[in-house]
Design a protein around this ligand. Structure first.
Ligand SMILES: NC(=O)c1ccc[n+]([C@@H]2O[C@H](COP(=O)([O-])OP(=O)(O)OC[C@H]3O[C@@H](n4cnc5c(N)ncnc54)[C@H](OP(=O)(O)O)[C@@H]3O)[C@@H](O)[C@H]2O)c1
Length: 297
C-alpha cells in the first residue's frame, strides 16, 4: 500500500491534504503535537518538531509532505528558527532512511521584492525577511540532505492560499462581516492567490507523477491586487468595501516582516505546475464563490 507522512496535518492546508490522500486510499501517517488530532482517521505519531521527541518505528514512506511551520505572525526570530529550521532538521534526522521522497512547503516570499517583473519558476531567491531567510535555510538543508541520501525532493512555493479556514476566513471574511477589516497600505499591490484545493491538488500531482527535482510556483495565473481581491469578496458577501490603514500603523500591530510579506507586489506565472496539474479554480473569481458556498454564506 502507498504510504505517506504529513506534518502540519492539523493545520489549514495540511488537514485538506490529509482528507484528499485518505479519499485516494493512501495510508496516511501524521505528526501531531500532544493533545492534537487530525479530522480524518490517520495513524498519528505524537511529537513536537522542536523537541524531536517522536519516532517512526518500522514505518517507511513513499513521500513526506512537510507542511508544519510557524506563520510569519510570529515576531520572535528564535521561535521561528526553532520550529522552521531546527524542527526541519529534527524531522529529517528521523526520516533519513525511511522515505523515498519529500515535498517541502514554502511561500512566494523567498523571491523578495521583484518590482513589476513577472516571476517564473526559474526566478532566483532574494529573501528579505527573517521569516523567509529561515525557510530558505531549511530548504537548502533538505536539498543537500535528500541529495546525499538519494531521496527525491521537490519544493512548492505557495502564493496566498485561501479557503474556508485560515487567514481568508479568519482575517478577511469575518472582519468584512463586522466591518473591522482595513487594507494595509491601501492594498494596491499584486498578489498570487491559490484556492486551497489547488494547493493540495498541486502537491498530489507532484507526488503521483513523481515530478521531483524541481521547485514550483503554486498560484493561479491571474495576478490581482489585494484590494480587488478583498473588494470582490466584500461584494459577494454583501459587506461594505473596506477602507485602508497606513502600512506603518499595520506594522506596529502585525510586525514588520508580515507587513513586508503582505504588501510586496508580485505577479507570478505557474507554468511548471500547469504542465502536470489543471487548476480547478483558475482565478479568485471562481475560487471565492466556492469558499463562500462551503461556508454557507
Ligand atoms: N496559508 C497560506 O496562505 C500559506 C502561504 C504560503 C505558504 N504556506 C505554508 O504552508 C504550510 C501550511 O500552512 P497552513 O496555513 O496550513 O498553516 P497552519 O494552519 O498554521 O498550520 C501549521 C501546522 O504546523 C503545525 N506545527 C507548528 N509548530 C509545530 C511543531 N513545533 N511541531 C509539530 N507541528 C507543528 C501546527 O500544529 P498545531 O495544530 O499543533 O499548532 C499545524 O498543524 C506552512 O509551511 C506555511 O508556511 C501557507
Amino acid at each position: 500500500m502507498v504510504s505517506v507522512l504529513v506534518t502540519g496535518a492539523t493545520g489549514f492546508i495540511g488537514s485538506r491534504l490529509v482528507s484528499e490522500l485518505v479519499k485516494m486510499g493512501i495510508e496516511v501517517t501524521t505528526l501531531v503535537r500532544p493533545g492534537k488530532h487530525t479530522e480524518e482517521k490517520t495513524e498519528e505519531i505524537v511529537g513536537d518538531l522542536t523537541k524531536g521527541d517522536f519516532d517512526f518505528g518500522e514505518k517507511h514512506f513513499d513521500c513526506v509532505f512537510h507542511l508544519a511551520s510557524h506563520t510569519p505572525l510570529e515576531k520572535n526570530a528564535k521561535v521561528l528558527e526553532n520550529v522552521n529550521l531546527n524542527g526541519t532538521k529534527n524531522l529529517f534526522s528521523k526520516l533519513r532512511t525511511k522515505t523515498k521522497a519529500m515535498i517541502y512547503v514554502s511561500g512566494l516570499g523567498v523571491y523578495g521584492d521583484v518590482g513589476d517583473k513577472v516571476i517564473e519558476d526559474t526566478q532566483s531567491y532574494d529573501p528579505n525577511t527573517k521569516f523567509v531567510k529561515i525557510r530558505v535555510e531549511a530548504q537548502r538543508f533538505l536539498e543537500a540532505e535528500c541529495k546525499q541520501n538519494a531521496i527525491d525532493f521537490a519544493v512548492v512555493h505557495f502564493g496566498d492560499v485561501y479557503g474556508s479556514k485560515g487567514w481568508f476566513s479568519e482575517m478577511v471574511i469575518k472582519r468584512l462581516q463586522n466591518n473591522s477589516f482595513k487594507l494595509p497600505g491601501g492594498g494596491k499591490y499584486f498578489k498570487g492567490f491559490v484556492h486551497v484545493d489547488d494547493a493540495v491538488g498541486s502537491m498530489i500531482a507532484i507526488f503521483e507523477k513523481k515530478a521531483y527535482g524541481k521547485t514550483y510556483i503554486i498560484a493561479d495565473n491571474l495576478p490581482v491586487t489585494f484590494k480587488d481581491f478583498v473588494d470582490f469578496t466584500a461584494e459577494k458577501i454583501g459587506a461594505k468595501k473596506p477602507g485602508s490603514v497606513p502600512s506603518i500603523l499595520a506594522k506596529a500591530v502585525l510586525g514588520g516582516d508580515l507587513i513586508k510579506l503582505l504588501t510586496t507586489s508580485m505577479k507570478v506565472k505557474n507554468q511548471r505546475i500547469s504542465e502536470i496539474y489543471k487548476f480547478k479554480y483558475p482565478s479568485y473569481k471562481e475560487g471565492i464563490p466556492q469558499v463562500l458556498s462551503e461556508l454557507g454564506i
